[in-house]
Design a protein around this ligand. Structure first.
Ligand code: BGC
Length: 767
């Protein structure tokens, strides 16, 4: 049997009831076109070409080599294909150079919507130039647990920060005239058994945390597409869930775009259409037939099919290949590299800076240590990987370019050592499946060279790296903790340099948080640069030398120890076997056969108490709180005012740079709610803003708008968003644990917004 379905050609030959020759799709005649289509043509628009259209690594070669796939065109009606390409941080396509933008965590850590919108536009323009209609990103699932393998693509533990970060990127991408596709909707918070795991979440936690981020994103950006997720959610796979995709997403939130399934997600084509999942990728003959058969036997209404087709045609009318449209294939890669270099330091988080260790003096000789310093990680893996990055600026190049001198003996040692390690890793990695964790170089501890360097050089810089991605969650011992080799290097360097009165700077080049609490005393400065994209070495250099002031703030809490995480007991703790794709661990069809907690189902027992909501409310000490980050300068806050503007609050304050260097400040507005019927976290983020670059002594007035509905919590009994009347404390803070100014706001009349009572817990596996 031919792998690619032949139904496209079959349907092209199908007889038509309307004089179709003159009829061509436009943005105004969608319903006319739908009427003119045969059932087979409609279903061809809904169902993708099938897995056979891809190579073994999930890449299509139909329109853009290496893309994620496309919808089927219907030439006789002027319906072009819509071409999709991954991913969240740049184009994952073959043979063409693409910009490697910073990862999701860094984007969220910037807390800078204006800048993200500009970067999104650069990305959108590049997609357009390469002939891609829809980029499959941003990824925006809540970072429920630090060990989720895709956290580098995702934004935050907080729904507001996650939603507004995503909205800014979507607006930017779409300004360029292509579509964004935020993913994966919803509650897709672990990779283990990702196609069959059932996320069991209370209605309140769903509404306030796992759907809320998507709601903020939809209301603030209206993406062309949203991708439904693989997992089950309270017993129903998300792509077959009408309550999720129609009642909540469209009826309640007013979403106007289309929904595409995750690749291979969902089971029954007809249920997906009924639910409002408009495009089924990568599609299959079984799903195609199921839709046709269920329409014919009357189980599936043709109105549901038409609704999906209409939404797809609305998107197709905007596609690049509409009416024979062409594209330049010539994106401004140098301009985009400049954007990446400018953006990255805005998301770098300075955790520690004892006695002003950073910035280091320009011209200093540095001991650059750690294998990651010589094998820098620009981005993550899986569908978030960029195959052909335009640039890959490494640390030695970046640090030299900003005027540092590198210790030559150490540099020579690592250059030689890495040759052997690279070969060793390559030999192992050639047998590792695409989605699984790659072997990386082991640390070396060149003791004699370190001792010499401590005498000769001005400071030591060690970089530690972590890279992971789709298909597998992280291993606690292997990925969260520093390894024995890393600890040995850290101790040796700290000893040697501190004896000489010289500082040690640790750079964390990581796709998610790692333990810091157990070793931070050994370092004088700790900087998280996440995975900063293709200009990485320059961006780190810019911050170390002080050309740029780091202004990122943590989008997640860094706990004292992993066991303190509120989801600790309800997250996979299976030791990952490096050579197996655990995302397909129990992929056995509609009814998984087992009932193993955290594998077949995951109970979100912590409810709404995710991240700082837990640590603050339960009084658990953390290493670094949500929202935390130091600067090279200091800021004062004054004149906090709250104005009632009917359906919203206007919060304003003035920020002054009271230090000695230019910098940007992030102001976070939290709210402490009055006692009511529902238990509430001590405080929750309700708004934020970032200043412009302020010179010493300069000030800026920030105004932050908070919709009153944002103050509300979800009352399961009433199926309503409820904000009780009473006094709310509005807190301007530096981070979740550090309030600076407070103001009272009195809500005279309770807010109550009724919504549908849907998405309850209906566990699939309980007989
Ligand atoms: C991933 C998606 C990705 C899609 C297409 C899936 O395996 O979960 O995030 O966009 O593949 O490559």
């Amino acid at each position: 049997m031919k792998k690619i379905f032949l139904f496209v050609s079959v349907m092209l030959a199908a007889s038509c009831t309307v004089k179709a020759q003159e009829l061509k799709l436009t943005s105004d005649n969608v319903s006319k076109i739908v009427k003119a289509m045969t059932l087979e043509e409609k279903v061809a628009v809904i169902v993708g070409k099938g897995s056979g259209a891809f190579d073994g690594r999930g890449r299509s070669y139909d329109y853009v080599a290496g893309s994620a796939g496309a919808t089927n065109p219907i030439d006789r009606l002027g319906i072009p294909p819509i071409v999709y390409a991954d991913g969240p941080s740049g184009l994952r396509i073959d043979n063409k150079q693409c910009t490697r933008f910073p990862n999701g965590l860094l984007n969220a850590a910037s807390w800078n919507s204006d800048m993200l919108e500009r970067m999104g536009e650069a990305y959108g323009n590049e997609a357009k130039a390469r002939g891609v209609d829809v980029v499959l990103g941003p990824g925006m699932n809540i970072q429920r647990n630090p060990l989720c393998g895709r956290n580098f693509e995702y934004f935050s533990e907080d729904p507001l920060l996650s939603g507004l970060t995503s909205a800014a990127l979507v607006r930017g991408i779409q300004k360029a005239g292509v579509g964004a596709c935020p993913k994966h909707f919803a509650a897709n918070n672990q990779e283990l058994n990702r196609l069959s795991n059932d996320s069991r979440v209370s209605k309140r936690a769903l509404r306030e945390i796992y759907l809320r981020n998507f709601e903020y994103m939809v209301r603030n950006s209206q993406p062309w597409f949203i991708m439904s997720s693989y997992n089950f959610l309270n017993g129903v796979t998300t792509s077959e869930n009408r309550d999720l995709l129609t009642t909540i997403l469209r009826d309640e939130w007013g979403y106007k775009g289309a929904v595409v399934s995750d690749w291979g997600g969902g089971y029954s084509g007809s249920k997906m259409v009924w639910a409002g999942n408009d495009n089924i990728q990568h599609g299959s003959k079984a799903r195609y037939n199921d839709i046709i058969d269920r329409v014919k036997d009357g189980t599936l209404s043709i109105d549901d099919v038409d609704a999906c087709v209409s939404r797809m045609l609305t998107m197709a009318a905007k596609a690049i290949r509409y009416d024979g449209g062409t594209f330049s294939d010539n994106p401004p890669l140098d301009d985009n590299a400049a954007v990446v270099r400018e953006v990255a330091p805005e998301g770098f988080v300075l955790l520690k800076n004892e006695d002003g260790t950073l910035p280091l003096k320009q011209g200093s000789t540095l001991a650059l240590l750690g294998t990651t310093s010589y094998d820098f990680i620009h981005g993550g893996t899986g569908s978030g990987f960029i195959h052909n990055p335009y640039r890959s600026v490494c640390m030695p190049e970046g640090l030299s370019d900003v005027g540092f001198t590198l210790d030559k003996e150490l540099h020579d040692f690592y250059t030689d050592y890495m040759k052997g390690e690279r070969k060793r890793c390559e030999d192992i990695n050639k047998n590792v499946p695409w989605c699984c964790e790659r072997e990386r170089a082991m640390e070396a501890v060149p003791r004699d060279l370190i001792a010499k360097a401590a005498k000769a050089d001005k400071a030591a810089v060690i970089t530690f790296g972590r890279v992971f991605g789709e298909g597998m969650d992280r291993d606690y011992y292997h990925s969260y903790l520093l390894s024995d080799g890393e600890m040995a290097l850290l101790r040796t360097v700290a000893d040697a340099f501190h004896k000489e009165g010289k500082p040690l700077v640790v750079v964390l080049n990581v796709g998610g948080i790692v333990d810091v609490a157990s070793w931070r005393d050994l370092a004088d400065a700790i900087l998280i640069c996440w995975q900063p994209g293709e200009e990485g070495g320059h961006s780190v250099g810019d911050v170390l030398v002080g050309n740029q002031c780091p202004s990122g703030r943590l989008p997640v809490t860094m706990p004292m120890k992993y066991e303190d995480d509120p989801t600790f007991a309800n997250f996979p703790r299976i030791k990952a076997d490096k050579y197996e794709n655990y995302s397909f661990y129990r992929y056995v069809g509609v009814k998984p056969q087992y009932l193993v907690p955290n594998v077949d189902f995951t109970n979100y027992e912590e409810g709404i108490y995710v991240g700082y909501r837990h640590y603050l409310t339960k009084g658990v000490k953390v290493a670094y709180p949500f929202g935390y980050g130091l600067s090279y300068t200091t800021f004062d806050y004054k004149d906090l005012k709250v104005k009632d503007k009917s359906d919203r609050l206007e919060v304003s304050l003035t920020v002054t740079n009271s230090g000695k260097r230019p910098g940007k400040e992030v102001v976070q507005i939290y709210c402490h709610a009055p006692e009511g019927d529902l238990d509430k976290p001590t405080r929750e983020l309700k708004g934020y803003a970032k200043t412009q670059l302020l010179k010493p002594g300069k000030q800026e007035k920030l105004t932050i708008t908070i919709e009153k509905t944002t103050l509300a919590s979800y009352d399961e009994k009433a199926s309503a968003w409820v904000a009780p009347k009473g006094t709310y404390t509005i807190i301007a803070a530096k981070d979740a644990n550090t309030p600076v100014l407070t103001a009272d706001y009195s809500l005279g009349k309770a807010v109550k917004v009724k919504v549908h009572d849907v998405m309850g817990v209906e566990p699939l596996y309980i007989q």
